[in-house]
Design a protein around this ligand. Structure first.
Ligand code: ZN
Ligand code: ZN
Length: 422
């Protein structure tokens, strides 16, 4: 059969044989986030494109090359959301969550869209879970957010994760670093890629996470930000590290870690996984103290993180931590003859109403092939119905493991099977 349609490049269908892994992961995210006091927020799949240009940054790859934008019928420029934070903050401001003046803690699980070259674990529609803690600049909040991210990975059974940590300073101290970096970049201008040459004047920090190999080699020699942090940023960073140590959370300082988004200030971090090769980040986050204001709100310090669902599942697979999925039916209903076939929908319905996972054959096959199907579906019991038994108000219950069967009153079968299945 020639296919008329295929899924768009860079997208995936998650079929029932794997969707249980997704549900397991999403369940853990919800469970752990709620334990930490974060409430779930669901924002639209698309927003005004300007929201992302403002927040993520005009000259990031995400906005300049990878965003799915479209003009709607009203002539407005919209974008499928390329990340989660901007939408969460837009909602935070739109619904006045800032008016309480306290801390607002939100999490989300959401598809995101980026026009990327498809590769392992990277898709044009991918999925992220993330959290945002809005309303405090305290280093202890950085520690909580990092602890939340790592707790999710721990609950998913992952052990080969490492935390990379850096501080990228604030609007007070970053300009002097930026100046030094620019000086360095200008001196190596000819060796840098076109993107870097174009970006160095507007945002030289961006050069530090250029994916071009040659740029990486050169930037490895560049000055590091830790030498330029102001006293407040240095102290903040020390307190974050101290907090992590007191929780027994190991970290590695990574002086070149800047993250690909413009809005970060001070703490930035990444969680990487040992089983994923070169593209090993499964989670990234940081503080974005200026972003709420940038989006039209009051000055509000905040931070958050986002983890990739697909990449986390790859990491779980690499560690052999994908859960056992039990898709088996508990009870299969087979019929012997026409009266049995006519009674099938009602018998099935009653078993299901009694809370049992029950299924039957609708394909008009022989009893033998129905029993084979019951086996294939992993049924522990099969209820067999036929005209003769129905006339007596009885059904045959077959234990598929022991290959034993006996007659039981038909209206009592749901109860009998519930007891047998515990
Ligand atoms: Zn600073
Ligand atoms: Zn480059």
């Amino acid at each position: 059969m020639a296919l008329l349609f295929r899924r768009p490049k860079g997208t995936e269908d998650v079929l029932p044989d794997r969707v249980g892994y997704w549900q397991f992961l999403e369940g853990k995210v919800r469970e752990v986030a709620s334990r930490f006091g974060y409430g779930e927020v669901r924002t639209p799949t698309f927003e005004e494109a300007e929201l992302f240009a403002r927040s993520v940054g005009e000259d990031t790859d995400i906005v300049s090359k990878e965003m799915y934008t479209f003009e709607d019928r009203g002539g407005r420029l919209m974008a499928l959301k390329p990340e989660g934070t901007a939408s969460v903050l837009r909602a935070y401001l739109e619904h006045g969550l800032h008016k309480g003046g306290g801390l607002t803690k939100l999490y989300y699980i959401s598809p995101i869209f980026r026009y990327e070259k498809p590769q392992a674990g990277r898709y044009r529609q991918s999925h992220q879970f993330g959290a945002e803690a809005i309303g405090s600049g305290e280093p202890s909040l950085d520690v909580e957010v990092i602890d939340l991210a790592l707790s999710i990975y721990r609950e998913l059974g992952l052990s080969e994760v490492s935390l990379l940590l850096n501080s990228i300073g604030c609007p007070k101290c970053r300009p002097s670093y930026r100046q030094e970096l620019l000086k360095f970049a200008r001196a190596h201008r000819e060796e840098l890629c076109g993107d870097c040459r174009r970006r160095m004047e507007t945002n030289p920090l961006r050069l530090l996470d250029c994916k071009v190999e040659g740029c990486g080699r050169i930037m490895a020699q560049a000055p590091v930000i830790s030498q330029y942090l102001c006293d407040e940023c240095r102290e903040h960073f020390e307190e974050v590290k101290g907090g992590l140590r007191s929780l027994g959370i190991p970290y590695r300082e990574e002086s070149k870690l800047v993250r690909g988004l413009d809005y970060y200030t001070r703490t930035v971090f990444e969680v990487v996984h040992g089983g994923l090769g070169a593209q090993n980040a499964i989670c990234g986050g940081g503080r974005y103290d200026g972003l709420v204001e940038e989006l039209g709100g009051p000055p509000t310090p905040a931070l958050g993180f986002a983890g990739g669902v697909e990449r986390t599942l790859l990491a779980m697979e690499a560690e052999g931590k994908l859960p056992e999925l039990d898709e088996r039916v508990e009870v299969f209903v087979a019929y012997l003859d026409d009266p049995g076939r006519e009674a099938l929908p009602k018998v099935l319905s009653e078993l299901r109403r009694a809370g049992l996972r029950a299924d039957g054959s609708y394909t008009g096959r022989s009893l033998k092939s129905q029993l084979r199907q019951a086996d294939r579906m992993g049924a522990r019991y099969t209820v067999i119905i036929g005209g003769e038994e129905l006339a007596k108000g009885m059904a045959i219950v077959r234990d598929m493991e022991l290959s034993e069967q006996r007659e039981v009153p038909l209206d009592g079968t749901p109860k009998v099977l519930r007891e047998k299945l515990g």
